[in-house]
Design a protein around this ligand. Sequence first.
Ligand code: GLP
Length: 271
Amino acid sequence: MEVLILEDETAVAIQGAMLVVELIEKKSNAVLGLATGRTPIQLYSNLINYYKQGRISFEHIQTFNLDEYYGLSENHPSNFRQFMQRHLFDHIDIETTNTHLPNSNSNNPRLVGPAYEALIKASGGIDLQILGIGRNGHIGFNEPSSSLASRTRIKTLTNSTLQDNQLGSGKEELPDMAITMGIGTIMDARRVLLLAVGKNKATPVRNAVEGPISSMSPASALQAHQYVTVILDEDAASDLKLRDYYRWVHLKSEDIKAKYGNFYEIDLLER
Ligand code: GLP
């Protein structure tokens, strides 16, 4: 894992957006995996700015969101489609037909997962998956005890997740089930970008980066991915044992990249 520790939330969002911009500049038809939650909002507004400045276009980009509540109507203000419209899609030149979220209203939720997986596959696979992390270590809605090999499926949410998400959504009750990419689905992305900010993410981040790989800490599965970049502010990094080492590695790798370029990016484009 590449762990970048930056001074604050703004720096995290700038660095995260730069990785997306660099990808789009090299691959104009890239496939992006997107996340909801508070964490990526600033990253999305940076992308909107880069689009408005004419640096990037989303005309040929496809997106797949990690998850969606089960049973909320398409235009319900709390569903993730509405979130994505508000924070990104309404402000860029993306084709709505190129933006995908799991179908939250299917009569048979068990069919939604395989259909979503097939759509991701047909797109050529996700080039860059953006992730936040839940207080309990979840990624997407893969709650603790999720199979590390899981694919897109319906999932029952934990109380802590329901409480956290309720805070951001005002008074109306949220569903206690969701359809989420599985951990196995996320692991198939060519590159993964995990963002975390704030003190309340310090423990899940430590478990994800330095803990044992365990279904009790779903984000820890990323330790087995070949190309993960974790971008943290000082608070989210505050429990990491090796944080000074990560800073040192970051400096060294900047030198190496400046001299020789980024090996993995070359690899990414050739796939
Ligand atoms: C939600 C989402 C996750 C997100 C997490 C953290 O439950 N399903 O994708 O990463 O919560 O949210 P936040 O960024 O608001 O802390």
